[in-house]
Design a protein around this ligand. Sequence first.
Ligand code: ACO
Length: 401
Amino acid sequence: VIDIRKLTAQTGKFTFDPGYTSTASCESQITFIDGGEGTLLYRGYPIEQLAENTDFIETAYLLLEGELPTSEQCAEFRNNITYHTMVHEHFNKFFDGFRRDAHPMAIMCGAVGALSAFYHDSTDINDPQARKVAVHRMIAKMPTIAAMAYKYTVGQPFVYPRNDLGYTENFLNMCFSVPAEDYEINKTLADALDKIFILHMDHEQNASTSTVRLAGSSGANPFACIAAGIACLWGPAHGGANEAALNMLMEIGSVDKIPEYIGRAKDKSDPFRLMGFGHRVYKNYDPRAKVMQKASHEVLDAVGISDPLLDVAKELERIALEDEYFVEKKLYPNIDFYSGITLRAMGFPPSMFTPLFALARTVGWIAQWREMLEDPNQKIGRPRQIYTGAAKRDFVPMNQR
Ligand code: ACO
């Protein structure tokens, strides 16, 4: 057995903090969360006010530049993003290498990583102009790539970006427009999706953002860093929770089966957890979940459907919030609890929920990546470990084992 005290004396002292529950990895001016109060601020502005009063482009500018844009700044930024929405024509062929039934997140991990093979001219991280172009390219091309991933998996032809449309309208058009059929963009749906994107844009040092920063700390190019973030986001404990939450609501199916699932969530011998409940930082209601619940109603009204899963969700929330186990552990619905119902009503299959999250979070990832590079204290991320393996021993030849 290794003597840890002797080892730390040799290697210097360090903290042991599994899951980084109380370790700050960086300084940042982008996003503030007060988990006890249930507050989320982007550059000081409450998320509720931004979701109500701004659009995707305006909030993206705020996160990147630190201040709300003037109308001229906003128009210029909108123009820059619109200019970069296309992907290289050869990029289309890249998709043919994926299986028809690939998960869109699997496609996105590969396709976004491949951007560095197409856009060499914005991979020099030491050139501020190249960094700026990389930021614009990343934000502009994500909807195109996410829509292509969707079209590929449903076997429909890709739809090219339309620069006469707004950011979110263009994305809806690329996803749902089919040849020889008019697709009419529903303004309520486009506004609700825009709001959903704003809610997902940044969330300080979550697992995927930390992954982007860690990848970027070695000097890796921005496209490779975002691909790393996408891979991390895919997990069901993180961005994959929206898909998992909807699957869980479908499995529960009716209000009378809720007590059985609440019982399972509390049973420590059962690995089942209520998906869409709990958060590492929020020990109060997730402020994004409240906006999302309202958006759910707006979308369901706009499409004129009454989804029985919304009744299951509301009743599940009501019962869980009164249950001693959930109250004691401060487990409240998070943003993912209502987002699945909303996105489903818009026509997205569950497999597209996490790609939509990735699209929005790209703004936060790239803002944090740039902030990290501009930090004079920036160093390569290199955590330490507590070694618990075998003590030093001599090699044993195979015939003596
Ligand atoms: N259902 C039932 N019990 C839960 C749940 C849940 N959803 N979440 C946490 N708990 C319990 C744990 O079993 C644990 O109980 P214990 O103290 O008796 O062992 C306690 O609450 C603390 O849980 P941890 O896993 O230690 O908390 P942590 O902060 O590490 O995890 C997490 C947070 C991963 C979000 C967790 O709550 C979870 O798995 N939730 C479901 C998945 C989900 O909704 N993820 C989305 C997160 S938001 C986002 O990424 C956008």
